[in-house]
Write a protein that binds this ligand. Structure first.
Ligand SMILES: [Zn+2]
Length: 494
């Protein structure tokens, strides 16, 4: 490290001596103190990068802990779901049993109802039979009465008793009595039979009515049993509904845990990516500085050669003039030559200070579809989602160029940026980082040096992108995961 620093120091101090080159893409340091300061700043940057890496490591550990916690929660919810599932199938079984009982009871009720109907028909029939018997008894009584009347009429205007009492003699009396008795006995027998039958029917009616009463009681019992069963079933149904609800909640919880885990994994991955980029940053910055210094050196050598050539030309000119003067003593053109020389140098200086736009358009199109916006809001959630770059879009195979000379910090795929290239630049003592995201493909690799305008990839639609475009970022200074150094690149592009 000490050696490297020393080498750097000598390189930069060597550059401070000599001409100011016509381009601005190189290290510019007015004196040794400035160079020292720059180196110190770079050291500071390195240590802040180290600190950031430390932060990312602890953030990563933290995220891993959260993932473990999340998985534990998933296990717990999974167990709860199993239990609910068991309760649900138990409830389902109970409901099925209740349904069987209810259908059995319903059948019993139906049977009882039909028995009641049959009994009612029996009662109706019995009542009809009793009515008929009553009628027959009434008719028999009527007949008997008529017989007695006829008997009285046959025996003169005397009563039934008088028929008996009016006997001429005992024999006559017996005859009369026997005849009367015969008739009376016959009627009496018939009437007694009728009476007995009627009593029997009435007895039967009583029994049937008793039976009907019992059936109706049974039916009432069955109905209340059925009602109780229905209520139990309803309770089970509501238990099932609440279990279903619980299951839904657990499923939702599980879904949330799963998506949380996905987010955590994604975050962990982005931290890993960040870590990978940051770990390469130190060496890349060093290389970018060296690249700038070499470019500076090359330009200086070129300028020196040019100056030498110029001096040689002047010397030859002067020699020729001397010869000419010695040949014919005339005036010289020295002053005009020196003035033309100074004018050319000043025109070079004005071209280099051209608004300080050191970057070129990174694509073959200037169709900006979304500009830099640190306060952009998410269209749905309303959260602030800064747009840390500009989007440039065009259909077809669009080449993507290095916006300035530099060193490839990173070239890889990530879920958010898709295929992305990160370049580190060191221009006029200032560190910059450019990012080219969502590329269809890239053709550079980390550590490689690139020239301004060199193709590094092809515009694409990879990662979190919904249409072919280049997401281009410019960071003043080093890159960091929070992209806090990003600026609107527009004023820097020429
Ligand atoms: Zn963008």
């Amino acid at each position: 490290m000490q050696m490297k620093k020393l080498l750097n120091f000598t390189l930069i101090s060597a550059l401070t001596i000599g001409l100011i080159a016509p381009s601005t893409n190189y290290v510019k340091a007015d004196d040794i103190d400035d160079v020292k300061k720059e180196l110190n700043e770079l050291e500071d940057k390195k240590s802040s990068v180290k600190e950031k890496q430390g932060n990312i490591s602890s953030d990563k550990e933290n995220t891993e802990e959260k993932i473990d916690e999340n998985l534990e929660n998933q296990d717990k919810v999974s167990g709860e779901m199993e239990q609910i599932d068991a309760e649900l199938s138990d409830t389902q079984e109970k409901i099925a049993a209740k349904e069987t009982q209810i259908s059995t009871t319903s059948q019993e009720i139906e049977q009882t109802t039909s028995e009641i109907e049959k009994t009612e028909a029996e009662i109706t029939q019995l009542k009809k039979d009793i009515e008929e018997l009553k009628e027959r008894i009434a008719k028999r009584e009527e007949l008997l009465k008529n017989r007695l009347v006829a008997l009285q009429e046959n025996g003169g205007d005397i009563s039934y008793l008088e028929v008996l009492m009016g006997a001429q003699n005992f024999g006559d009396f017996i005859n009369r009595a026997t005849a009367v008795n015969k008739i009376m006995d016959q009627d009496k027998d018939i009437m007694e039979t009728h009476q007995a039958e009627k009593q029997e029917l009435e007895e039967k009616q009583k029994q049937v009515e008793e039976k009907k009463k019992q059936l109706e009681e049974k039916q009432a019992e069955l109905e209340s049993k059925k009602q109780a069963l229905e209520q139990q079933k309803q309770e089970l149904e509501s238990l099932k509904a609440s279990l279903d609800q619980k299951m839904n909640e657990k499923e939702q919880m599980m879904e949330n845990l799963e998506s949380e885990k996905e987010e955590l994994e994604e975050y962990k991955m982005s931290l890993s990516e960040e870590q990978a980029i940051l770990s390469k940053q130190e060496a890349t910055i060093q290389k970018a500085m060296e690249q700038a210094q070499q470019e500076q050196q090359r330009l200086e050598q070129l300028a020196e050669e040019k100056a030498r050539e110029e001096a040689e030309r002047k010397r030859k000119e002067q020699e020729a003039a001397k010869k000419k003067a010695s040949a014919s003593s005339s005036s010289s053109n020295n002053s005009s030559a020196s003035s033309s020389n100074s004018s050319s140098s000043s025109s070079q200086a004005s071209a280099s200070s051209n608004s300080g736009r050191n970057f070129i358009w990174p694509a073959g199109t200037r169709n900006v579809t979304s500009s830099f916006n640190p306060n952009r809001r998410h269209p749905i959630t309303g959260d602030i989602r800064p747009h840390t770059g500009i989007d440039i879009a065009q259909a077809g195979t669009i080449p993507i160029y290095a916006s300035a000379s530099g060193v490839v910090l990173n070239a890889s795929y990530s879920s958010s940026y898709g295929n992305a290239v990160y370049l580190t630049h060191y221009i006029d003592g200032q560190l910059y980082t450019t990012v080219y995201a969502h590329l269809r493909s890239f053709n550079v690799s980390p550590g490689q040096t690139v020239k301004q305008g060199q193709q590094i990839g092809i515009m694409g639609n990879t990662g979190g992108s919904t249409g072919q475009h280049l997401h281009f970022e410019l960071h003043i200074g080093s890159w960091n995961g929070s992209r806090s150094n990003s600026v609107d690149p527009y004023p820097y592009i020429r």
